[in-house]
Design a protein around this ligand. Structure first.
Ligand SMILES: *Cc1c(COP(=O)(O)O)cnc(C)c1O
Length: 392
C-alpha cells in the first residue's frame, strides 16, 4: 500500500490521502460507527487518557472515518492539521471560542455569511468579544481598523452572495504585522480553486455542507491550519465542547472530496457561461461573477484562484417583486438556501440567508432586494437558462 508521501498532486490526494486500510483489505473507506473504543487493559486505558499513547478513546475526540476525512482535507488545503466539525457554523464557533477571550477584538468582513454576523453580533459580544466590520475589498481599511486588542481577521472570498474578492496575500501580511490570525472561510472556492494557507492565511474554515459534499446530503464543517492552532488549541477545546462530525457524514464528505476537482471545473465552466449570458439580457441590471472581466477584482481573483467558482449573483431590473417573480417561475431550479450542489439552486438573499440582518447592515453589505443568487449545478445549461427565462 502506498502512503501519502508517494504523491503530492491534488487529484491523487483527493482520492487517496488519509486512507488507512484495515486487515480486511476494504477498498472504499469503512464507516466506523462506534461511540467508544476498547482498551487491552486498564494500563492501556490510563496511558490513552494520559496522552502517553496515541489511539482512540471516544468518538467525541477522534474517530477513524472522521480522521481520514480530516487528513484528506488537510492535504488538499496544504495544511498540517484539520478538525472536522458538525457544521460550518460549528467550525467558526470553535475557532473563535478556542482562540479568543473576553476583551479581544475581531475584524470581520462586511460581506460574510449571515449566521456568521449573527454569531458575532448577538452571541460573542455576551462573552466580551468586540467586533468591527470592514469592507472586504479595501485592504487599507483593515490595517487602519486594527486595534491593540485585535486578535483575529475574518473573511470569505469570494464573498457570499456578491462575489467580492479579498486580497488574501495582502491581508495575511497585515495580520502578521500585528500578530493577528487571518481566518478565511473557503466555502465558495473549496481547495480545488483556492488554498488560502498557501497565500499566507493562518486558518481555513469550511462548510463541508456545500461544495465538499457537492450533492446536498449532509451538514458538516472543518478547520484547517497548523498543528499548534488546530490540534493544540481548537481540538483541545472541541474535546470538551463536542460539536464533532459524525462518522457517517465524514464518509459522505470523503466521497465528495474524491470528485471535487472535476465537479468544480464543471461548476466554473457553467457559471462563466451563465454569467456572460446574463450580462447581455435587457432584464438584468447587474451581474456579479469574478470570472467576468467587468468584475472590479477580476485580476485579483485570477491571481489567487485557479477558477472563478460556481456562484453567480445578479440584480434584476425592479425590486423584490421582480426578483421573487423570477424565483417563483422556475420549475426545475431548487429554491433553497443551500449552494454548492450538483442541482442548481436559486436564492433571494435579502429575505433568506441575510434576512436576519438589520436593513442598514444589509444595505452596507450591498444585499439589495432585487438580488438573486444562483449556485450553478451540473444540469444542461440550456435547461438552466430556459428555467430562468420563464420569469425574466
Ligand atoms: C453555509 C455557509 C456557512 C455555514 O455552514 P453550515 O454548514 O451551514 O453551518 C459558512 N460560511 C459560508 C460562506 C457558507 O456558505
Amino acid at each position: 500500500m502506498t502512503d501519502s508521501s508517494d504523491y503530492s498532486d491534488f487529484a491523487t490526494l483527493a482520492v487517496r490521502a488519509g486512507q488507512q486500510r484495515t486487515a480486511e483489505g476494504e477498498h472504499s473507506e469503512p464507516i466506523f460507527t462506534t461511540s467508544s473504543y476498547v482498551f487491552e487493559s486498564a494500563e492501556q486505558a490510563a496511558r490513552r487518557f494520559g496522552n502517553e499513547e496515541d489511539g482512540n478513546i471516544y468518538s467525541r475526540f477522534t474517530n477513524p472515518t472522521v480522521r481520514t476525512f480530516e487528513q484528506r482535507l488537510a492535504a488538499l488545503e496544504g495544511g498540517e492539521s484539520c478538525l472536522a466539525t458538525s457544521s460550518g457554523m460549528a467550525a467558526i464557533m470553535a475557532t473563535c471560542m478556542a482562540l479568543l477571550k473576553a476583551g479581544d477584538h475581531v475584524l470581520c468582513s462586511t460581506s460574510v455569511f449571515g449566521s456568521t454576523t449573527v454569531l458575532f453580533n448577538n452571541y460573542f459580544v455576551k462573552f466580551g468579544v468586540e467586533v468591527d466590520y470592514v469592507d472586504l475589498a479595501n485592504t487599507d481599511d483593515w490595517a487602519v481598523a486594527i486595534k491593540p486588542n485585535t486578535k483575529l481577521l475574518f473573511l470569505e472570498t469570494p464573498s457570499n452572495p456578491l462575489t467580492t474578492i479579498g486580497d488574501v496575500r495582502a491581508l495575511a501580511s497585515v495580520a502578521d504585522e500585528h500578530q493577528c490570525l487571518l481566518v478565511v472561510d473557503n466555502c465558495f472556492c473549496s481547495p480545488a480553486l483556492q488554498q488560502p494557507l498557501k497565500l499566507g492565511a493562518h486558518v481555513v474554515i469550511h462548510s463541508a455542507t456545500k461544495f465538499l459534499d457537492g450533492q446536498g446530503r449532509c451538514v458538516g464543517g472543518a478547520i484547517v491550519g497548523s498543528t499548534e492552532i488546530v490540534e493544540e488549541k481548537i481540538l483541545a477545546w472541541m474535546r470538551s465542547a463536542g460539536a464533532t462530525m459524525s462518522p457517517f457524514n465524514a464518509w459522505v464528505f470523503l466521497k465528495g472530496l474524491e470528485t471535487l476537482k472535476i465537479r468544480m471545473a464543471a461548476h466554473c465552466a457553467a457559471a462563466q457561461e451563465l454569467a456572460e449570458w446574463l450580462v447581455d439580457l435587457a432584464q438584468i441590471e447587474h451581474v456579479y461573477y469574478p470570472g467576468l472581466e467587468s468584475h472590479p477584482q477580476h485580476k485579483l481573483a485570477a491571481s489567487q484562484q485557479s477558477g472563478f467558482g460556481g456562484i453567480v449573483s445578479f440584480e434584476v431590473k425592479g425590486k423584490r417583486t421582480e426578483a421573487w417573480n423570477v424565483i417563483n417561475n422556475t420549475r426545475m431550479l431548487s429554491i433553497t438556501a443551500n449552494l454548492g450542489d450538483v442541482k442548481t439552486t436559486i436564492t433571494h438573499p435579502a429575505s433568506t440567508t441575510h434576512g436576519r440582518l438589520e436593513p442598514e447592515q444589509r444595505a452596507a453589505a450591498g444585499i439589495n432586494e432585487n438580488l438573486i443568487r444562483v449556485a450553478v449545478g451540473l444540469e444542461s445549461l440550456n435547461d438552466i437558462k430556459a428555467d430562468l427565462l420563464r420569469g425574466l
